[in-house]
Design a protein. Structure first.
Length: 256
């Protein structure tokens, strides 16, 4: 839209009309230095997954391989077949994920999410593993989860990993996104590949304003944020509407 409107019809002089301001121009005002980090995108010419899924199947992990197949179809629809990147999974560890009625940990919902995320990682990450980080009011220790155990590399087998190493029922806090987004930013500052970060949550964070600021900062890095809401989360609507409420506040829309 024009920055200046015409003067009232009763006058014969008009204020100058400026060219419309594009979203890209507004983004440049918010981010005058442009991208904070740039990388080269690497893709397999034939669109093959990062991990040979025949080996996953022959190892007795057919269901996991099927999840990887579905992830491959999703990537293909977006023109991303064969892309090489790093996946990271952040799992809400707040009390509401389990108490008083949710039971997302004890009923296996969180484990299913880990399995899905690992299937996605098999498509894009040659390590064949995904870092899983639980969070509530703070971050919990990172657990590297893979389709096969590799103790030398610190990779745990995905089956049963939530009950074994991630869920701490006696130490579940509130919901803060800032520690998660700060951790992603630390990774992004040094990455040589795109980061696909999945954040599973069931509620709005207590630090929404600061979290939104970090989301905007991360748009200057090779990071894509995928929020998965187990239940309706009002805050995610705020992120969906960022381009409406704050046009050009990011170099690009980095949240789904």
């Amino acid at each position: 839209m024009a920055l200046w409107n015409r003067t009232p019809q009763s006058t014969t002089q008009h204020l100058p009309q400026h060219a419309p301001v594009t979203t890209a121009q507004m983004a440049a005002q918010f981010n005058p230095n442009g991208p904070a980090r740039t990388i080269s995108i690497v893709k397999d010419d034939n669109g093959r997954p990062a991990v040979d899924l025949t080996k996953v199947r022959s190892g007795g992990h057919e269901e996991l391989a099927k999840k990887a197949d579905k992830a491959g179809i999703s990537l293909s629809k977006r023109g991303l077949s064969g892309i090489r990147a790093q996946a990271r999974l952040y799992v809400d560890h707040s009390g509401s994920m389990q108490f008083p009625e949710a039971r997302d940990y004890s009923n296996g919902n969180v484990q299913k999410m880990v399995d899905l995320a690992l299937g996605f990682a098999l498509q894009i990450d040659v390590d064949g593993a995904i870092p899983v980080i639980a969070f509530d009011s703070s971050l919990k220790p990172e657990v590297n989860v893979g389709w096969q155990e590799d103790l030398q590399r610190g990779i745990e087998l995905y089956q049963g990993v939530v009950d074994r190493s991630i869920w701490k029922p006696d130490h579940m806090g509130g919901t803060s996104f800032v520690p998660v987004l700060q951790d992603i930013k630390r990774e992004a500052m040094n990455t040589d590949v795109p980061l696909f970060c999945v954040i599973i949550t069931d509620g709005s964070p207590s630090d929404a304003h600061a979290a939104t600021q970090l989301v905007k900062e991360l748009a200057s890095y090779p990071v894509f944020l995928k929020f998965l809401a187990i239940r309706p989360v009002d805050y995610l609507g705020t992120l969906d509407d960022l381009e409406k409420t704050q046009p050009g506040c990011r170099l690009l829309d980095n949240v789904d």
